[in-house]
Design a protein around this ligand. Structure first.
Ligand code: NAG
Ligand code: NAG
Ligand code: NAG
Ligand code: NAG
Ligand code: NAG
Length: 383
């Protein structure tokens, strides 16, 4: 089985791949706010290095120097960047907590300026703001005009305008508008995405932008209605970027309900992405798979290999980013069943066995890292 893998993968690696971004999520900046009783404000603002942390520079070195990946998706929490009790607006906007920003910027600058990789900025908020105590469900949907506590789409634009202005001159930054919007009108996802694009471009920032759809931005459900909300496919092609440097971000887990909550893989990526692929082709759009994962077992290794081979074979896809590494997971699983562990190098799973970097990454992801990836220039859709 493993030999078969090696043969398959070496073919993939030598074929001319259109994948120009390959990497991993660095999750941890959003940690420490969960409350069993959904008590707003739990873990805020939090303690750096204890409740939350962005990267471990030593393990970023391993990913760049040894694995040769070129992108890190770095998560953060909007309630930490823009504290809810800030006097202006509803909290979300252009006034930042400079301490949290500088901790975040230090991670971004290390990845980009020191290591020469790309950093995908990820507000990990599900298009909600003001109460992350039971993400992904809590918090007011941004732009919900019937919720008096909700931040407005204009506040979201002001937030992105400020953030983009701070990274405007760093060519290796990519702007991810938002992690996994869900259970909201798809027209409002489009509106908020457009406000973000406008805010970023008005800041004079030319870099690549990734726009999510509804339904946790699931690739498999892109053309389907979810919870009564219109399919992402009915709205997202309407996005306007004057620089035409925006792509779609989808997430795709390979388990039974596409959640990443199960150890076994049963939903093949090539089957479930086919409708999205046609839609991308029809609208001349590109996509990045910003999250994916499978459990630590041979069956999932094959599913992951099939997914990454499919992405390499279809020109509509320009990148993939695995979920997830990060400095403070401990032995917790980032996805795919409680014993899978996470992708942070040199960590163990909850059974005291090697974690997912030594299993899932080594067996299924590492062999699919293209030799040729984008290594310089302003982030864009071409090498
Ligand atoms: C800003 O963030 C720092 C670091 O988390 C925290 O110590 C400080 O209390 C925060 N300030 C506000 C106003 O939230
Ligand atoms: C918008 O706010 C209203 C009033 O709080 C609420 O009933 C509704 O569910 C919210 N809509 C969404 C999409 O969250
Ligand atoms: C996963 O699949 C294996 C092999 O088919 C099976 O033995 C096991 O029970 C499954 N585990 C779960 C949690 O479904
Ligand atoms: C693809 O779209 C067709 C037409 O809407 C639908 O019948 C089919 O179930 C979709 N395929 C998948 C795998 O979701
Ligand atoms: C960072 O990673 C290195 C290498 O795995 C490890 O030795 C070190 O303890 C980590 N640092 C922190 C603060 O977790």
């Amino acid at each position: 089985m493993l030999y078969k893998f090696a043969a398959l993968s070496s073919l993939v690696a030598t074929a001319s791949s259109k994948i120009i971004y390959a990497g991993v999520s660095e999750s941890g900046g959003e940690f420490g706010v969960y409350s069993n009783t959904a008590t707003p404000g739990t873990g805020l603002p939090g303690r750096f290095g204890v409740d939350y942390a962005f990267i471990n520079k030593t393990t970023v070195d391993i990913f760049v120097d040894q694995e040769k990946i070129n992108i890190f998706r770095i998560t953060f929490l909007m309630e930490r960047m823009c504290p809810v009790n800030f006097a202006t607006g509803k909290g979300l906007g252009s006034k930042f907590n400079e301490t949290y920003f500088s901790e975040y910027a230090d991670a971004v600058n290390y990845v980009t300026n020191v290591k020469g990789a790309y950093a995908l900025i990820d507000p990990h908020n599900y298009m909600r703001y003001n109460d992350p105590s039971q993400q992904p469900g809590t918090g007011s949907v941004i732009g919900n005009t019937t919720d008096p506590r909700a931040a407005a789409s204009a506040d979201f634009k002001a937030f992105w305008n400020e953030l983009a202005s701070r990274f405007r001159t760093n060519p290796r930054v990519v702007f991810g508008i938002q992690n996994e919007p869900h259970d909201m009108p798809t027209s409002l996802v489009l509106q908020n995405d457009q406000y973000a694009i406008d805010g970023i471009r008005e800041a004079g920032a030319p870099q690549l932008i990734l726009a999510p759809g509804n339904g946790y931005t699931g690739g498999h459900s892109w053309t389907q209605a979810s919870q009564g909300d219109a399919p992402s496919s009915e709205y997202l092609y309407k996005l306007v970027d004057p620089l035409k440097n925006t792509a779609i971000e989808v997430h795709e887990y390979l388990d039974v309900d596409f959640s990443g909550g199960h150890v076994n893989c049963t939903s093949p990526g090539p089957t479930y992405l086919a409708n999205l692929t046609s839609w991308l082709q029809q609208h001349n759009l590109k996509a990045v798979v910003g999250e994916f994962g499978g459990g630590a077992n041979q069956n999932c290794y094959q599913y992951i290999d099939d997914l990454l081979t499919y992405l390499a074979d279809n020109d509509e896809y320009v990148g993939w980013i695995a979920w997830a590494a990060g400095p403070i997971w401990g032995t917790s699983s980032a996805c795919c069943g409680q014993d899978t562990g996470n992708l942070e190098p040199n960590t163990l799973n909850d059974l005291g066995q090697p974690g997912a970097f030594d299993t899932v990454w080594k067996n299924a992801i590492h062999p699919n890292i293209p030799k040729v990836l984008k290594r310089s220039g302003v982030s864009s859709l071409t090498l």
